[in-house]
Design a protein around this ligand. Structure first.
Ligand SMILES: Cc1cc2nc3c(=O)[nH]c(=O)nc-3n(C[C@H](O)[C@H](O)[C@H](O)COP(=O)(O)OP(=O)(O)OC[C@H]3O[C@@H](n4cnc5c(N)ncnc54)[C@H](O)[C@@H]3O)c2cc1C
Length: 507
């Protein structure tokens, strides 16, 4: 039985990239908000150092999700880190600030999401931003989210840019500018040598606001409904169940896994699946938990000639956007450079080295999230079904070849001792297919499980309202119909901005 009942205008579940933004905007508009987050306060020092993120993976602030065995990737379970702390995944991510290609958002709009086209969302990206370069056609200044250039790139990150340029890739000064295809240095959510998470940027500055209640270390169990209307959520805190009531609306910002999980636990999802698990059906919504997809990444690992110099930024300083087929209108590959050894399962990890990581950003494979149990504390089963579509495998092999060429270029001569993954024994395209299946992992950009749209399978409408349930919206990466072509933190922050406008009815 629930112990305590509180009421605010809005209850927001999840203090991640989208939730932090939404809370700030609702408070600024004069509303009261109860924010409920499963993780603790962001006191861990590694959060705030731009180089601390690898140390947090699989630690206490990470949900440390393991996927279902992946039948097209040698039945391996993939490790998916997700933030469980104020700031959510923005507190342990790599801090790269990229919005994606304009066609990503135009395609959302064409597929039943009017109001989400590029021209409509660009002002929202800019509104969030405080770019160190100042305001311009492409950037905002004076917003809550600091963004800056990598001031002193690591020499190996610079070798990556030089090597790619030598192979004919265009130099790009700003991936968020006019043109994205090519190679260059990232811009990052860092200021004064500190990570600027969504929490630190948007919510922490207004923590003293009397209209805000933040409950941490509280696992939300389900949405509470009265008839067709959502009126609050039930959550566990300190070993007891509580109810938080919303006078206006409930918003799930629990992330790509958390929001779909909560809808299913609340009886909102595919009726057949809910029946199987023993959850009574509130609303038969077949799309909940469908459409799970992710950017895929492999680690081409190099042993270096010796220890690398210490870097000064986020360890992820340069990237390349490229096409697996020149006839494509936009890039589908995003190889990433890391001046550390980013492990590839089953391959050696040299003591000193660097990684050129082939990445696929327009995957065709789709998977699901399903309940393993009606117990809210039991993780849902994430099955992204990676490489189910042959085209994804072939595009990743193209990316591996592209990265090998860069890795073998003269720009790396002073750093390269040996390629250890895929390694010299991998010669043919078939060898590389095998390598991809053995080593494929994630770029950490899962989306899509509460897909927005206007069709009968969509989970939320273009105003982010859950279909068939009033007073309930979803606002996070789960609503994205398809993953943008770049890293997903800035797009998730944009979703928070858009959700605020929709709730406050300004767009
Ligand atoms: C290791 C890593 C590196 C990444 N690197 C980059 C990068 O460099 N650049 C980039 O753009 N993107 C990066 N990303 C991706 C990006 O950070 C995410 O796409 C984005 O943060 C997702 O935002 P969100 O609001 O959807 O979810 P999250 O930020 O994950 O927030 C969800 C929140 O909900 C909480 N929650 C979930 N379930 C419950 C529940 N039942 N009760 C209460 N609270 C709950 C979670 O604890 C979490 O705080 C990275 C991600 C990871 C994991």
């Amino acid at each position: 039985m629930s112990r305590e009942r509180t009421e605010h205008d809005y209850v927001v579940v999840g203090a991640g990239s989208s939730g932090s933004v939404l809370v700030r905007r609702l408070l600024d508009a004069g509303h009261s908000v109860h924010l409920i987050e499963a993780g603790p306060a962001d006191e861990e020092p590694n959060i705030h150092s731009p180089q601390g993120w690898p140390m947090m993976l699989a630690g206490p602030l990470d949900w440390s999700v393991m996927t279902a065995p992946q039948q097209h990737a040698r039945d391996r379970r993939l490790f998916w880190p997700r933030g469980r702390v104020l700031g959510g995944s923005s507190s342990l991510n790599g801090m790269i600030y990229i919005r994606g290609h304009r066609s990503d958002y135009d395609s959302w709009a064409y597929h039943g999401c009017p109001g989400w086209d590029w021209d409509s969302v660009l002002p929202l990206f800019k509104r969030s931003e405080d770019h160190a370069d100042g305001a311009s056609e492409w950037h905002g200044a004076g917003g809550p989210l600091p963004v800056s250039r990598i001031a002193e790139p690591h020499p190996t990150a610079a070798a990556f840019v030089e090597g790619a340029i030598g192979l004919g890739h265009e130099h790009i000064d700003d991936f968020n500018g006019e043109r994205m295809e090519g190679v260059g240095f990232n811009h990052a959510t860092i200021r004064g040598g500190r990570r600027m998470s969504a929490w630190q940027s948007f919510a922490a500055p207004v923590l003293g606001n009397a209209r805000l209640t933040v409950t941490t270390e509280a696992l939300v169990h389900r949405v509470v409904t009265e008839g067709e209307r959502a009126v609050g959520v039930e959550y566990e805190h300190g070993g007891e169940l509580h109810t938080a009531r919303a006078g206006a609306e409930v918003v799930l910002s629990a992330g790509v896994l958390g929001s779909a999980h909560l809808l299913l636990l609340s009886g909102i999802g595919p009726a057949e699946h809910l029946d199987q698990v023993g959850i009574s059906v509130h609303t038969d919504l077949p799309g909940v938990g469908e459409n799970l997809h992710d950017h895929l990444l492999v680690s081409n690992i190099y042993e270096s000639t010796g220890p690398l110099p210490q870097g000064k930024a986020n360890l992820l300083e340069s990237q390349l956007f490229a096409k697996s087929d020149p006839r494509m209108p936009v890039p589908d590959l995003q190889p990433l450079f890391l001046h550390l050894v980013y492990p590839a399962e089953g391959y050696p990890q040299p003591e000193h080295g660097y990684t050129i990581a082939p990445g696929l950003v327009r995957p065709l494979s789709r998977g699901t999230i399903r309940l393993a149990s009606p117990d809210p504390a039991t993780p849902a089963v994430a099955d992204p079904n990676v490489l189910a579509e042959r085209q994804d495998l072939e595009a990743l092999v193209d990316a591996v070849e592209m990265c090998r060429e860069i890795g073998a270029s003269a720009a790396f001569d002073e750093w390269r001792k040996a390629e250890v993954a895929p390694g010299p024994q991998a010669r043919t395209r078939d060898d590389l297919r095998d390598y991809v299946r053995r080593a494929v992992g994630t770029y950490h950009h899962q989306v899509g499980t509460c897909r927005m749209g206007s069709d009968s399978e969509a989970v939320v409408d273009p105003s982010l309202r859950v279909r068939g349930v009033s007073g309930l919206r979803v606002a996070d990466a789960s609503i994205m119909p398809s993953v943008p072509s770049g890293n997903t933190n800035a797009p998730s922050i944009m979703v928070g901005e858009k959700a605020a406008d929709l709730l406050l009815r300004t767009s």
